[in-house]
Design a protein around this ligand. Structure first.
Ligand SMILES: [Fe+2]
Length: 200
C-alpha cells in the first residue's frame, strides 16, 4: 500500500540507516565479477569471504515519471587489490532521467560516463550536492579506508536500472589507491564506443 500522505524520515549519523525504508539491498563481492581491475586479488578475496561492499535503503515509490524514488546508499570502506570498494554503477534504463546525490558522511568520488565515452569524476565530501544529468552512468567509490560513504539519492520513479551495459563495457576510469591517496587511472579493459554494438 503506497503512502500518499506527505512524510518525513530521519537519517541518524553516524550509521546512516533511515528510520523508514521499504527495501534493503546488500551487494557483496560476488556481484562485482569482472568489475575490479585485479582479477587475482578479487578471486583471492572472494575465496575467503563474500564481503559486503555496499547497502541501499530505499523508500519505494510507484515506478512512474511523476514520482521520486529516494533513499540512502552506504558504501563500506575497503580495497580489492589496489581498488576501493565501490558500487556496481549503472545507466538508467530510461536514459533521459537524472539523479541527485547529497553527501551525508565520508569521502569518495562519483565516476560518471556517457555512452559516447565522455567521462567525469566528482568529489564526494560531506555537505556536497551532486547532480547527475540524464544519460550519465554513475558509480560511487569510497576513498576512505576507515569510514562509510553515506549519500542520500533521489531519481525519477520511471528511471529503472541498466547494470548490464557497465558490466560489459566497464567504466573508462578507475579509482585506485597509490601511496595512500586515490588516483584516477585508465581502465585497460574498457570497451571504446566503436567496439560496442550500440546505437550511438
Ligand atoms: Fe542511478
Amino acid at each position: 500500500m503506497i503512502d500518499n500522505r506527505p512524510y518525513t524520515f530521519n537519517v541518524a549519523l553516524p550509521g546512516g540507516i533511515p528510520n523508514r525504508f521499504e527495501l534493503h539491498t546488500r551487494r557483496t563481492l560476488k556481484s562485482m565479477h569482472g568489475q575490479y581491475l585485479d582479477i587475482e586479488a578479487y578471486n583471492d578475496k572472494l575465496s575467503k569471504e563474500d564481503t559486503l561492499l555496499y547497502e541501499v535503503y530505499e523508500l519505494s515509490r510507484p515506478e512512474v515519471a511523476g514520482e521520486l524514488i529516494h533513499g540512502i546508499s552506504i558504501v563500506h570502506p575497503g580495497l580489492v587489490g589496489n581498488e576501493y570498494f565501490m558500487t556496481k554503477g549503472h545507466f538508467h534504463t530510461v536514459l533521459d532521467t537524472a539523479e541527485i546525490y547529497y553527501v551525508l558522511q565520508g569521502n569518495g568520488k562519483m565516476v560518471l560516463e556517457t555512452l559516447q565515452g565522455d567521462w567525469a569524476i566528482e568529489e564526494l565530501t560531506p555537505g556536497k550536492m551532486l547532480y547527475v544529468p540524464p544519460k550519465w552512468a554513475h558509480r560511487s567509490v569510497n576513498t576512505s579506508l576507515e569510514h562509510d560513504l553515506i549519500t542520500l539519492f533521489a531519481y525519477p520513479g520511471n528511471a529503472g536500472h541498466d547494470y548490464g551495459t557497465i558490466e560489459t563495457q566497464g567504466f573508462r576510469k578507475l579509482i585506485l589507491i597509490e601511496n595512500g591517496e586515490p588516483v584516477i587511472v585508465d581502465n585497460p579493459r574498457w570497451q571504446e564506443p566503436a567496439q560496442r554494438e550500440v546505437d550511438l
